[in-house]
Design a protein around this ligand. Structure first.
Ligand SMILES: Nc1ncnc2c1ncn2[C@@H]1O[C@H](COP(=O)(O)OP(=O)(O)OP(=O)(O)O)[C@@H](O)[C@H]1O
Ligand SMILES: [Mg+2]
Length: 343
């Protein structure tokens, strides 16, 4: 029987935490991350469906970024397993995770200010043959690789309206352009799963539409996307499925419309944020701009570059008290953390 265009992969999938999906690209089991006495992530079971946009939402401090860090090899869990495309990813370092086709962007953009836009793109390329000993001996193959990486980088920059900036320092870009650059750079590895941590955060409203368009275009070309977002208008607009995290646990899952009126979800938001107590709707944070964390106060990511840097050891995780001061240059700064107040 030919498939109807209205068929959803979620037909028949119950709106329940941990529910099985028909074709999961990512499966998480029993993943926990503790920081001292704090349980930041405690995900019993989570499946991310292939070929759709999944929104990961939850109050500040719910564990969304920490979960991204764990799954992409930038941090290590206390326990748990997860698989991507059916293959175990536990203890696989971040650059290898990216090569396997699962990339993430950062809540706090990690574009390297003192490199050009093009060089930032090239750093995102996988399979740098010139760095390998044997094939490095054969310059022609290395040069061909370099050339094709540059061509791919330029095509992506063009797609993200950044081509004319290719020789500018990334530090000269606006916040929104940096977000675009990060998304473009993530695509250098031809990922099948793209994890975006607050891609609209700090973005000028004029660029938000463009970013949204890019996210849906990625889905429409067959990729899977999981993105963290606080603006419920955006979530309602572009996501096919919503996963809600609170205090590290998946407390609800379902299509956007089902999540909006979910009492457990509303309670989780109200419980975590006293200032919102008068407003039981979930779409409070956006107010026309980005609904994101305050600029420069978010995104404690342990490593500097999604594709090129192995994970820090747990011993390098900063103490909680060290995390309240934003770095001077947010883009290149060390690990940091927002104070955790309401936005
Ligand atoms: N490196 C760390 N050391 C100690 N505690 C941490 C560290 N990273 C995160 N935490 C804590 O873990 C919890 C989850 O944080 P996380 O940043 O993952 O939340 P989040 O859902 O991404 O929040 P937000 O929406 O504000 O970005 C918070 O209580 C946070 O303070
Ligand atoms: Mg976060």
């Amino acid at each position: 029987m030919p498939e109807s265009t209205t068929t959803s992969p979620f037909d028949g999938v119950a709106s329940e935490p941990g529910v099985a999906k028909p074709d999961p690209i990512l499966v998480v089991d029993g993943v926990e991350r503790h920081f001292g006495g704090l349980v930041a992530v405690d995900v019993d079971h989570l499946e991310v469906q292939r070929g759709v946009i999944t929104a990961l939402i939850g109050p500040n401090g719910a564990g969304k970024t920490t979960l991204f860090n764990l799954l992409t090899g930038f941090d290590r869990p206390n326990q748990g397993t997860w698989s991507f495309e059916g293959e175990d990813l536990g203890r696989v370092p971040s650059h290898k995770v990216a090569r396997r086709g699962m990339v993430r962007t950062f809540q706090l953009t990690k574009a390297l200010s003192r490199l050009t836009v093009l060089d930032n793109m090239l750093l995102g390329a996988t399979d740098q043959r010139g760095e390998r000993f044997l094939s490095g001996l054969f310059k022609p193959s290395w040069a061909a690789q370099e050339e094709s990486n540059t061509a791919r980088a330029e095509a992506l920059l063009d797609r993200f309206n950044l081509l004319e900036k290719r020789d500018d320092y990334a530090g000269e870009l606006s916040g929104g352009q940096r977000k675009l650059l990060e998304m473009a750079r993530a695509l250098m590895v031809e990922p099948s799963l793209i994890m975006l941590d607050e891609p609209m955060a700090g973005v000028n409203p004029a660029l938000v539409q463009s970013l949204l368009h890019h996210v849906t275009a990625l889905r429409d070309e067959g990729r899977s996307i999981i993105f963290v977002e606080h603006d419920m208008d955006v979530v309602m607009n572009i996501s096919d499925w919503v996963v809600v995290l609170a205090q590290g646990k998946v407390i609800a899952e379902g299509p956007p419309a089902a999540i909006l009126g979910n009492k457990t979800v509303i309670d989780a938001y109200l419980g975590g944020d006293d200032e919102d107590e008068d407003d039981p709707s979930l779409d409070a944070p956006a107010s026309g701009t980005d609904g994101s964390s305050p600029a420069g106060q978010d995104g404690h990511t342990p490593a500097a570059d999604s594709g090129a840097t192995p994970p820090d050891d747990e011993g390098d995780v900063p103490a909680a008290d060290d995390r309240v001061t934003p770095p001077d240059d947010a883009a290149d700064g060390p690990d940091d953390q927002r104070p955790g107040g309401p936005r």
